[in-house]
Design a protein around this ligand. Structure first.
Ligand code: 5GP
Ligand code: ZN
Length: 114
């Protein structure tokens, strides 16, 4: 998936402010942050969206969320709280088609979402 923006970040051919990485995921700060903390956690493997997940990816999804928790700790927002968002498809507001978990925090989040 050479043309995928987030695959290029994984491959380090496009720079990003890396926050965390391990054998399965990479995390970096969003280029257009919507909150004081706005970090994206993505699988190294190219998965288009939540809708494309297979049974064998169940562990990967759990790993993605645990990485999100690590980032929350690192960013100091564990106690104040945070929000995980996974936009999926056109109506879900997805704009980059490589699965990513938004980790948002550092301010009070509104509900319902827009
Ligand atoms: P989506 O709308 O697909 O849920 O989220 C995509 C996110 O990727 C957006 O919040 C957008 O700001 C972020 N983004 C798009 N291009 C880049 C980039 O080149 N670098 C970084 N760090 N974030 C990006
Ligand atoms: Zn990709």
């Amino acid at each position: 998936m050479n043309e995928c923006l987030f695959c290029k970040i994984v491959a380090r051919t496009i720079p990003a402010a890396l926050v965390y990485e391990d054998d399965l995921v990479v995390a970096f700060d969003d280029i257009n942050p919507q909150a004081p903390t706005h970090t994206l956690v993505i699988p190294r493997k190219h998965v288009v969206s939540i809708a494309e997940l297979q049974e064998l990816d169940v562990g990967l999804l759990g790993h993605l969320m645990l990485a999100g928790n690590k980032i929350a700790k690192f960013k100091g927002i564990t106690d104040t709280g945070y929000r995980f968002v996974v936009n999926t498809g056109a109506h879900g507001g997805q704009s980059v088609f490589h699965l990513h978990l938004h980790v948002l925090g550092g301010r009070h989040m509104a509900w319902p979402p827009g």
